[in-house]
Design a protein around this ligand. Sequence first.
Ligand code: CO
Length: 134
Amino acid sequence: MLGRLNHVAIAVPDLEAGVASYRNVLGAKVSAPQALPEHGVTVVFVELENTKIELLEPLGEGSPIAAFLERNASGGVHHVCYEVEDIIAARDQLKAAGARVLGDGEPKIGAHGKPVLFLHPKDFQGTLVELEQR
Ligand code: CO
């Protein structure tokens, strides 16, 4: 079911500082910030040779990463994103296996303009898993 690792997401309290770390200190190529109100975050992508790092900053009230940043004030690894061929087929297969899909279970359009879903961390070794259709 799983394809490539699309990205690892790191929640940050200050996106500008996160961008400066990756761009200026680590010398990486970092995209322009993208506000995703539907997901309650602003994101940038750090482009690596084999995958990406997504830096996430809360956007608006009730951001889904607000509680995470309360527990991890300096930021931390928030989720991993795997690519799948067919997100509906993957969802149905996972649900049949007893995994919990977050939200209403319907894919939303993610930062790359492709459908995404999130899976409950308790079903995957304490790690929030995002699936993105290839
Ligand atoms: Co993500």
